[in-house]
Design a protein around this ligand. Structure first.
Ligand code: C6P
Length: 408
Protein backbone atom coordinates (compact mmCIF):
# COMPACT_ATOMS: atom_id res chain seq x y z
CA UNK A 1 0.00 0.00 0.00
CA UNK A 2 1.32 3.46 -0.88
CA UNK A 3 1.10 5.93 1.99
CA UNK A 4 1.42 9.55 0.94
CA UNK A 5 2.45 10.70 4.45
CA UNK A 6 4.47 8.92 7.09
CA UNK A 7 2.94 8.29 10.52
CA UNK A 8 5.61 10.58 12.05
CA UNK A 9 4.41 13.30 9.73
CA UNK A 10 0.73 12.63 10.53
CA UNK A 11 1.50 12.73 14.27
CA UNK A 12 2.63 16.34 13.84
CA UNK A 13 -1.02 17.20 13.20
CA UNK A 14 -1.84 16.26 16.81
CA UNK A 15 -0.05 18.67 19.18
CA UNK A 16 -1.03 16.74 22.31
CA UNK A 17 0.92 13.70 21.11
CA UNK A 18 4.18 15.53 21.83
CA UNK A 19 3.19 16.25 25.43
CA UNK A 20 5.14 14.92 28.37
CA UNK A 21 3.29 13.20 31.18
CA UNK A 22 5.26 12.98 34.41
CA UNK A 23 8.40 13.70 32.42
CA UNK A 24 7.78 10.89 29.92
CA UNK A 25 6.52 10.99 26.33
CA UNK A 26 2.75 10.57 26.29
CA UNK A 27 1.69 7.17 24.93
CA UNK A 28 -1.98 7.67 24.24
CA UNK A 29 -3.77 4.34 23.96
CA UNK A 30 -7.24 5.39 25.06
CA UNK A 31 -8.70 6.21 21.67
CA UNK A 32 -11.82 4.15 22.36
CA UNK A 33 -12.71 6.65 25.07
CA UNK A 34 -11.91 9.67 22.92
CA UNK A 35 -9.54 10.43 20.07
CA UNK A 36 -7.10 13.32 20.01
CA UNK A 37 -7.79 16.36 17.84
CA UNK A 38 -5.75 17.45 14.83
CA UNK A 39 -4.71 21.08 14.29
CA UNK A 40 -7.23 21.34 11.45
CA UNK A 41 -10.09 20.81 13.95
CA UNK A 42 -8.52 22.91 16.71
CA UNK A 43 -8.00 25.80 14.27
CA UNK A 44 -11.58 25.57 12.99
CA UNK A 45 -12.89 25.84 16.55
CA UNK A 46 -10.65 28.82 17.28
CA UNK A 47 -11.54 30.50 13.99
CA UNK A 48 -15.24 30.18 14.74
CA UNK A 49 -14.96 31.85 18.13
CA UNK A 50 -12.54 34.51 16.87
CA UNK A 51 -14.35 35.54 13.72
CA UNK A 52 -17.69 33.87 13.18
CA UNK A 53 -19.43 33.29 16.50
CA UNK A 54 -23.17 33.73 16.19
CA UNK A 55 -26.35 31.74 16.68
CA UNK A 56 -27.71 29.85 13.67
CA UNK A 57 -31.05 29.52 11.86
CA UNK A 58 -32.24 32.72 13.56
CA UNK A 59 -30.55 35.91 12.44
CA UNK A 60 -30.69 37.87 9.21
CA UNK A 61 -27.36 39.45 10.04
CA UNK A 62 -24.18 38.43 8.23
CA UNK A 63 -22.53 36.59 11.12
CA UNK A 64 -25.59 34.44 11.70
CA UNK A 65 -25.87 33.62 8.03
CA UNK A 66 -22.20 32.71 7.82
CA UNK A 67 -22.45 30.49 10.90
CA UNK A 68 -25.61 28.84 9.55
CA UNK A 69 -23.94 28.16 6.22
CA UNK A 70 -20.92 26.58 7.92
CA UNK A 71 -23.04 24.45 10.22
CA UNK A 72 -25.22 23.22 7.38
CA UNK A 73 -22.12 22.52 5.31
CA UNK A 74 -20.94 20.25 8.14
CA UNK A 75 -24.26 18.43 7.94
CA UNK A 76 -23.75 17.93 4.22
CA UNK A 77 -20.18 16.66 4.81
CA UNK A 78 -21.59 14.20 7.35
CA UNK A 79 -24.28 13.05 4.90
CA UNK A 80 -21.69 12.40 2.26
CA UNK A 81 -19.34 10.69 4.75
CA UNK A 82 -21.91 8.03 5.68
CA UNK A 83 -23.53 7.87 2.25
CA UNK A 84 -26.98 9.08 3.36
CA UNK A 85 -29.48 10.02 0.69
CA UNK A 86 -30.48 13.36 2.13
CA UNK A 87 -28.93 15.79 4.64
CA UNK A 88 -32.36 15.92 6.35
CA UNK A 89 -31.53 12.45 7.61
CA UNK A 90 -28.58 13.76 9.66
CA UNK A 91 -29.74 14.82 13.11
CA UNK A 92 -27.05 16.56 15.15
CA UNK A 93 -27.05 15.45 18.79
CA UNK A 94 -24.68 15.63 21.75
CA UNK A 95 -23.18 12.23 20.99
CA UNK A 96 -24.00 8.55 20.69
CA UNK A 97 -25.70 8.41 24.09
CA UNK A 98 -27.91 11.34 23.20
CA UNK A 99 -28.68 9.86 19.76
CA UNK A 100 -29.78 6.55 21.26
CA UNK A 101 -31.88 8.24 23.96
CA UNK A 102 -33.55 10.34 21.28
CA UNK A 103 -34.32 7.32 19.17
CA UNK A 104 -35.41 5.04 22.03
CA UNK A 105 -37.84 7.63 23.41
CA UNK A 106 -39.24 8.70 20.10
CA UNK A 107 -39.42 5.18 18.65
CA UNK A 108 -41.11 3.87 21.80
CA UNK A 109 -43.78 6.57 21.70
CA UNK A 110 -44.66 5.70 18.14
CA UNK A 111 -44.05 1.99 17.84
CA UNK A 112 -43.71 0.22 21.23
CA UNK A 113 -46.72 -1.13 23.05
CA UNK A 114 -47.25 -3.65 25.81
CA UNK A 115 -45.79 -7.05 24.95
CA UNK A 116 -43.55 -5.73 22.16
CA UNK A 117 -39.86 -6.58 22.13
CA UNK A 118 -36.55 -4.84 21.69
CA UNK A 119 -33.42 -6.92 21.04
CA UNK A 120 -29.96 -5.78 22.11
CA UNK A 121 -26.77 -7.83 22.26
CA UNK A 122 -24.80 -9.08 25.26
CA UNK A 123 -21.85 -6.87 24.27
CA UNK A 124 -23.62 -3.50 24.24
CA UNK A 125 -22.34 -0.36 25.91
CA UNK A 126 -24.68 0.85 28.67
CA UNK A 127 -25.83 3.58 26.25
CA UNK A 128 -27.38 0.95 24.05
CA UNK A 129 -28.96 -0.97 26.93
CA UNK A 130 -30.28 1.47 29.53
CA UNK A 131 -32.33 3.79 27.24
CA UNK A 132 -34.06 0.73 25.75
CA UNK A 133 -34.58 -0.78 29.19
CA UNK A 134 -36.14 2.47 30.38
CA UNK A 135 -38.59 2.76 27.49
CA UNK A 136 -39.44 -0.95 27.66
CA UNK A 137 -40.32 -0.50 31.33
CA UNK A 138 -42.49 2.50 30.52
CA UNK A 139 -44.33 0.74 27.72
CA UNK A 140 -44.56 -2.75 29.23
CA UNK A 141 -42.32 -4.07 26.46
CA UNK A 142 -39.58 -6.70 26.87
CA UNK A 143 -35.84 -6.39 26.37
CA UNK A 144 -34.28 -9.51 24.86
CA UNK A 145 -30.57 -10.23 24.59
CA UNK A 146 -28.66 -11.83 21.73
CA UNK A 147 -25.95 -13.90 23.47
CA UNK A 148 -22.23 -14.19 22.70
CA UNK A 149 -19.61 -16.93 22.93
CA UNK A 150 -16.43 -16.90 25.03
CA UNK A 151 -14.43 -15.41 22.15
CA UNK A 152 -16.75 -12.42 22.31
CA UNK A 153 -18.64 -13.12 19.10
CA UNK A 154 -22.38 -12.78 18.66
CA UNK A 155 -24.29 -16.05 18.38
CA UNK A 156 -25.76 -14.74 15.18
CA UNK A 157 -27.38 -18.09 14.35
CA UNK A 158 -29.67 -17.53 17.36
CA UNK A 159 -30.97 -14.20 16.11
CA UNK A 160 -33.68 -15.63 13.88
CA UNK A 161 -35.21 -17.65 16.72
CA UNK A 162 -35.01 -14.68 19.10
CA UNK A 163 -37.11 -12.55 16.75
CA UNK A 164 -40.86 -12.91 17.22
CA UNK A 165 -43.85 -11.18 15.62
CA UNK A 166 -43.65 -8.72 18.56
CA UNK A 167 -40.05 -7.65 17.88
CA UNK A 168 -39.90 -4.03 16.80
CA UNK A 169 -36.23 -3.09 16.76
CA UNK A 170 -32.75 -4.60 17.10
CA UNK A 171 -30.09 -2.30 18.56
CA UNK A 172 -26.50 -3.54 18.28
CA UNK A 173 -23.06 -2.08 18.09
CA UNK A 174 -20.92 -2.32 14.98
CA UNK A 175 -17.73 -2.70 17.01
CA UNK A 176 -17.57 -3.55 20.71
CA UNK A 177 -15.69 -0.94 22.75
CA UNK A 178 -14.52 -3.58 25.22
CA UNK A 179 -13.81 -6.59 23.01
CA UNK A 180 -12.96 -5.01 19.69
CA UNK A 181 -15.29 -7.50 17.96
CA UNK A 182 -16.52 -6.37 14.55
CA UNK A 183 -20.11 -7.54 14.32
CA UNK A 184 -21.70 -8.87 11.11
CA UNK A 185 -24.09 -5.94 10.80
CA UNK A 186 -24.99 -6.65 7.15
CA UNK A 187 -26.30 -10.06 8.22
CA UNK A 188 -28.15 -8.66 11.24
CA UNK A 189 -29.85 -6.04 9.08
CA UNK A 190 -30.85 -8.54 6.42
CA UNK A 191 -32.29 -11.01 8.99
CA UNK A 192 -34.15 -8.18 10.78
CA UNK A 193 -35.63 -6.78 7.59
CA UNK A 194 -36.85 -10.22 6.54
CA UNK A 195 -39.03 -10.04 9.67
CA UNK A 196 -39.94 -6.39 9.21
CA UNK A 197 -37.87 -5.39 12.24
CA UNK A 198 -35.97 -2.08 12.31
CA UNK A 199 -32.25 -1.86 13.14
CA UNK A 200 -30.17 0.70 15.01
CA UNK A 201 -26.41 0.38 14.64
CA UNK A 202 -24.29 1.98 17.36
CA UNK A 203 -21.27 3.04 15.32
CA UNK A 204 -19.46 4.86 18.16
CA UNK A 205 -16.42 2.60 17.85
CA UNK A 206 -16.44 2.07 14.09
CA UNK A 207 -17.04 5.48 12.56
CA UNK A 208 -13.36 6.53 12.72
CA UNK A 209 -11.96 3.15 11.78
CA UNK A 210 -13.86 1.78 8.81
CA UNK A 211 -15.96 3.27 6.00
CA UNK A 212 -19.73 3.10 6.50
CA UNK A 213 -22.38 3.55 3.83
CA UNK A 214 -25.88 3.62 5.28
CA UNK A 215 -27.58 3.12 1.93
CA UNK A 216 -25.50 0.10 1.03
CA UNK A 217 -26.10 -1.31 4.52
CA UNK A 218 -29.79 -0.41 4.27
CA UNK A 219 -29.62 0.38 8.00
CA UNK A 220 -32.60 2.18 9.50
CA UNK A 221 -30.77 4.17 12.18
CA UNK A 222 -27.10 4.83 12.96
CA UNK A 223 -25.61 6.63 15.96
CA UNK A 224 -22.10 7.96 16.54
CA UNK A 225 -20.08 10.58 18.47
CA UNK A 226 -17.87 13.31 17.07
CA UNK A 227 -15.26 13.06 19.81
CA UNK A 228 -14.37 9.49 18.86
CA UNK A 229 -13.57 10.64 15.32
CA UNK A 230 -11.16 13.53 15.99
CA UNK A 231 -13.93 16.13 16.38
CA UNK A 232 -14.81 18.09 19.54
CA UNK A 233 -16.81 16.61 22.41
CA UNK A 234 -20.52 17.34 22.75
CA UNK A 235 -21.53 16.67 19.17
CA UNK A 236 -22.82 13.49 17.57
CA UNK A 237 -25.19 12.19 14.97
CA UNK A 238 -28.35 10.18 14.68
CA UNK A 239 -28.93 9.07 11.12
CA UNK A 240 -32.36 7.75 10.23
CA UNK A 241 -34.10 6.92 6.98
CA UNK A 242 -36.16 9.96 6.08
CA UNK A 243 -39.48 8.14 5.93
CA UNK A 244 -38.90 6.68 9.41
CA UNK A 245 -37.77 9.96 10.95
CA UNK A 246 -40.88 11.59 9.51
CA UNK A 247 -43.02 9.03 11.32
CA UNK A 248 -41.33 9.61 14.69
CA UNK A 249 -42.53 12.29 17.11
CA UNK A 250 -40.07 14.93 18.38
CA UNK A 251 -37.97 14.08 21.41
CA UNK A 252 -37.55 17.49 23.03
CA UNK A 253 -39.56 20.68 22.67
CA UNK A 254 -38.16 24.19 22.34
CA UNK A 255 -36.80 26.67 19.84
CA UNK A 256 -36.01 25.71 16.25
CA UNK A 257 -38.06 22.47 16.32
CA UNK A 258 -41.40 24.23 15.76
CA UNK A 259 -43.32 25.54 12.77
CA UNK A 260 -45.95 27.40 14.75
CA UNK A 261 -46.73 27.72 18.44
CA UNK A 262 -49.97 28.80 20.07
CA UNK A 263 -51.13 27.99 23.60
CA UNK A 264 -53.61 25.59 22.07
CA UNK A 265 -51.30 23.68 19.76
CA UNK A 266 -47.79 23.50 18.32
CA UNK A 267 -46.90 22.25 14.88
CA UNK A 268 -43.43 20.94 14.28
CA UNK A 269 -40.64 21.93 11.95
CA UNK A 270 -39.48 19.68 9.11
CA UNK A 271 -36.47 17.37 9.33
CA UNK A 272 -33.84 17.60 10.67
CA UNK A 273 -34.91 20.57 12.84
CA UNK A 274 -37.85 18.66 14.34
CA UNK A 275 -35.29 16.76 16.41
CA UNK A 276 -32.93 19.64 17.17
CA UNK A 277 -34.58 21.74 19.87
CA UNK A 278 -32.60 24.70 21.21
CA UNK A 279 -29.26 26.20 20.25
CA UNK A 280 -27.06 23.30 19.19
CA UNK A 281 -23.33 22.78 19.64
CA UNK A 282 -22.57 24.96 16.63
CA UNK A 283 -18.80 24.88 16.88
CA UNK A 284 -18.98 21.14 17.58
CA UNK A 285 -20.84 20.60 14.32
CA UNK A 286 -18.35 22.72 12.41
CA UNK A 287 -15.49 20.83 14.07
CA UNK A 288 -17.12 17.56 13.05
CA UNK A 289 -17.12 18.73 9.45
CA UNK A 290 -13.40 19.50 9.70
CA UNK A 291 -12.73 16.11 11.30
CA UNK A 292 -14.48 14.41 8.39
CA UNK A 293 -12.30 16.33 5.94
CA UNK A 294 -9.29 15.28 8.00
CA UNK A 295 -10.23 11.57 8.01
CA UNK A 296 -10.68 11.78 4.25
CA UNK A 297 -7.28 13.40 3.81
CA UNK A 298 -5.62 10.53 5.69
CA UNK A 299 -7.88 7.97 3.99
CA UNK A 300 -9.49 4.81 5.32
CA UNK A 301 -6.98 2.71 3.40
CA UNK A 302 -4.16 4.15 5.53
CA UNK A 303 -6.22 4.04 8.71
CA UNK A 304 -7.24 0.40 8.31
CA UNK A 305 -3.76 -0.70 7.23
CA UNK A 306 -2.05 1.02 10.14
CA UNK A 307 -4.54 -0.16 12.75
CA UNK A 308 -4.43 -3.77 11.51
CA UNK A 309 -0.63 -3.77 11.85
CA UNK A 310 -0.90 -2.32 15.35
CA UNK A 311 -3.51 -4.90 16.38
CA UNK A 312 -1.39 -7.81 15.14
CA UNK A 313 1.83 -6.51 16.65
CA UNK A 314 0.28 -5.54 19.99
CA UNK A 315 -1.55 -8.87 20.31
CA UNK A 316 1.66 -10.80 19.64
CA UNK A 317 3.74 -8.70 22.03
CA UNK A 318 1.20 -8.52 24.86
CA UNK A 319 0.83 -12.30 24.77
CA UNK A 320 4.51 -12.60 25.72
CA UNK A 321 3.62 -11.19 29.17
CA UNK A 322 3.32 -13.88 31.81
CA UNK A 323 -0.25 -14.59 32.89
CA UNK A 324 -1.85 -12.13 30.47
CA UNK A 325 -5.24 -13.19 29.12
CA UNK A 326 -6.95 -11.31 26.30
CA UNK A 327 -10.69 -10.79 26.70
CA UNK A 328 -12.17 -10.65 23.21
CA UNK A 329 -10.55 -12.97 20.72
CA UNK A 330 -13.09 -12.75 17.90
CA UNK A 331 -12.02 -13.70 14.42
CA UNK A 332 -13.02 -10.25 13.15
CA UNK A 333 -11.46 -7.69 15.43
CA UNK A 334 -10.47 -4.08 15.39
CA UNK A 335 -7.54 -2.44 17.18
CA UNK A 336 -8.93 -2.68 20.72
CA UNK A 337 -7.23 -5.08 23.14
CA UNK A 338 -8.68 -5.80 26.57
CA UNK A 339 -6.60 -7.92 28.90
CA UNK A 340 -6.59 -9.21 32.47
CA UNK A 341 -4.38 -11.02 34.98
CA UNK A 342 -5.78 -13.45 37.51
CA UNK A 343 -3.51 -12.12 40.27
CA UNK A 344 -3.46 -8.37 39.63
CA UNK A 345 -6.25 -5.76 39.54
CA UNK A 346 -6.59 -3.75 36.28
CA UNK A 347 -6.78 -0.49 38.18
CA UNK A 348 -3.36 -1.07 39.79
CA UNK A 349 -1.71 -1.73 36.44
CA UNK A 350 -3.38 1.35 34.91
CA UNK A 351 -2.23 3.56 37.78
CA UNK A 352 1.38 2.39 37.62
CA UNK A 353 1.75 2.72 33.87
CA UNK A 354 0.27 6.22 34.04
CA UNK A 355 3.48 7.10 35.92
CA UNK A 356 5.29 6.10 32.73
CA UNK A 357 3.13 8.37 30.57
CA UNK A 358 0.97 5.54 29.22
CA UNK A 359 -2.77 6.23 28.99
CA UNK A 360 -5.01 3.16 28.87
CA UNK A 361 -8.49 2.66 30.22
CA UNK A 362 -9.21 0.30 33.10
CA UNK A 363 -12.53 -0.87 34.52
CA UNK A 364 -15.78 -2.18 33.09
CA UNK A 365 -15.84 0.23 30.11
CA UNK A 366 -19.58 0.85 30.61
CA UNK A 367 -20.25 -2.78 29.73
CA UNK A 368 -21.06 -4.34 33.10
CA UNK A 369 -23.12 -7.22 31.61
CA UNK A 370 -20.01 -8.21 29.63
CA UNK A 371 -17.94 -8.22 32.82
CA UNK A 372 -20.59 -10.45 34.42
CA UNK A 373 -20.44 -12.79 31.41
CA UNK A 374 -16.65 -13.11 31.61
CA UNK A 375 -16.76 -13.14 35.45
CA UNK A 376 -14.16 -10.41 35.77
CA UNK A 377 -14.24 -7.06 37.61
CA UNK A 378 -12.80 -5.15 34.68
CA UNK A 379 -10.03 -5.15 32.10
CA UNK A 380 -7.06 -3.07 31.05
CA UNK A 381 -7.88 -1.78 27.59
CA UNK A 382 -5.49 -0.43 24.99
CA UNK A 383 -7.36 1.11 22.06
CA UNK A 384 -5.34 2.30 19.10
CA UNK A 385 -5.74 4.96 16.45
CA UNK A 386 -3.82 5.21 13.18
CA UNK A 387 -1.39 7.70 14.76
CA UNK A 388 -0.09 5.13 17.25
CA UNK A 389 3.19 3.36 16.60
CA UNK A 390 4.88 0.02 17.26
CA UNK A 391 7.31 1.85 19.57
CA UNK A 392 4.33 2.82 21.68
CA UNK A 393 3.23 -0.82 21.79
CA UNK A 394 6.74 -1.70 23.05
CA UNK A 395 6.43 0.97 25.75
CA UNK A 396 3.08 -0.49 26.80
CA UNK A 397 4.50 -4.00 27.05
CA UNK A 398 7.53 -2.79 29.03
CA UNK A 399 5.28 -0.70 31.25
CA UNK A 400 2.94 -3.59 32.03
CA UNK A 401 5.91 -5.87 32.78
CA UNK A 402 7.30 -3.25 35.12
CA UNK A 403 3.92 -2.86 36.87
CA UNK A 404 3.71 -6.64 37.30
CA UNK A 405 7.17 -6.79 38.87
CA UNK A 406 6.03 -4.21 41.40
CA UNK A 407 2.65 -5.79 42.10
CA UNK A 408 3.54 -9.47 42.21
N1 C6P B 1 -17.41 4.42 24.95
C1 C6P B 1 -15.25 3.97 25.95
O1 C6P B 1 -14.25 4.28 26.59
P1 C6P B 1 -20.70 8.81 24.15
O2 C6P B 1 -20.19 8.76 25.55
O3 C6P B 1 -22.14 9.19 24.08
O4 C6P B 1 -19.84 9.59 23.22
O5 C6P B 1 -20.58 7.29 23.59
C2 C6P B 1 -21.21 6.26 24.25
C3 C6P B 1 -20.82 4.95 23.64
C4 C6P B 1 -21.77 4.21 22.97
N2 C6P B 1 -21.47 3.05 22.36
C5 C6P B 1 -20.23 2.57 22.36
C6 C6P B 1 -19.94 1.29 21.63
C7 C6P B 1 -19.22 3.26 23.03
O6 C6P B 1 -17.99 2.77 23.02
C8 C6P B 1 -19.52 4.47 23.70
C9 C6P B 1 -18.47 5.20 24.49
C10 C6P B 1 -16.29 5.03 25.63
O7 C6P B 1 -15.41 2.83 25.52
C11 C6P B 1 -16.67 5.77 26.87
S1 C6P B 1 -17.52 4.77 28.03
Amino acid sequence: MIMTRTIEDIREDFPILSRKIKGKDLVYLDNGATTQKPLQVIRAVEEFYRNENSNIHRGVHTLSQEATTKYEKARELTRDFIGAKNSNEIIFTKGTTDSINLLANSFAKQFLKKGDEVIVSAMEHHSNIVPWQMVCEERGANLKVLPINKKGELLIEELESLISPNTKIIAVNHISNTLGTINPIERIISIAHKHNVKVLIDAAQSIAHTPINVQELDVDFLAFSGHKMFAPTGVGVLYGKEELLNELPPYQGGGDMIKEVTFEKTTYNCLPHKFEAGTPNIVGGIGLGEAIKYIRSVGFETIEHQEKELLEYATQELLTIEGLRIIGTAEHKTSVISFVFDDVHPFDVGTIIDQLGIAVRTGHHCTQPLMQFFEIPGTIRASFAFYNTKEEVDKLVNGVNRALRMLR
